[in-house]
Design a protein around this ligand. Structure first.
Ligand code: HEC
Length: 136
């Protein structure tokens, strides 16, 4: 009897986060969980070798990403972008950044960046964290 009650409780507990995930589901085919900012902060570890985020951060292999959202791709005057990036006409939003990180060369053929994120949930987490941090 006790075991049955425990099982029931565990099932309810397991259904909780899944149900929330479904109600926040993105338009993507994959069922994505709501963003985890904690995971996003960890995933920044995959970008920081090449990018800074601070207002006065220097360019490294890649350009500074401060105030990224709403910015035209390839628009910082003192960084040497690829022609592909400069001519892309892209404006950075959650959607364009997701597409760029998912499949850089398909989204922007000729971009000189290598360092995307193949897993959709990773992009959800990282982009949410970046939106919070990039304007600070
Ligand atoms: C190995 C180095 C490297 C890594 C790792 C890397 N990038 Fe980049 N990134 C670049 C380079 C180089 C460019 C310039 C691309 C160009 O000019 O085509 C760039 C450009 C960008 C841009 C365009 C910025 C602008 O000013 O328009 C964004 C956004 C970006 N990266 C995000 C990321 C994110 C987010 C990550 C982590 C998931 C990441 N990058 C990982 C090297 C890197």
């Amino acid at each position: 009897m006790r075991a049955v009650v425990m099982t029931a409780i565990m099932l309810i507990a397991a259904a909780g986060p899944l149900a929330t995930g479904a109600s926040h589901a993105q338009s993507s085919a994959e069922a994505l969980e709501p963003p985890s900012l904690e995971r996003g902060a960890e995933l920044w570890g995959k970008c920081r070798a090449c990018h800074t985020l601070e207002p006065q951060g220097r360019h490294m292999v890649g350009p500074r990403l401060h105030n990224l959202f709403g910015r035209k791709a390839g628009s910082l005057p003192d960084y040497r972008y690829s022609e592909a990036m400069k001519q892309s006409g892209v404006v950075w939003t959650e959607e364009t950044l997701d597409a760029y990180l998912a499949a850089t060369q398909e989204f922007m053929p000729g971009s000189k960046m290598y360092g995307g994120l193949a897993i959709a949930q990773d992009r959800v987490d990282l982009i949410a964290w970046l939106k919070q941090q990039a304007g600070k």
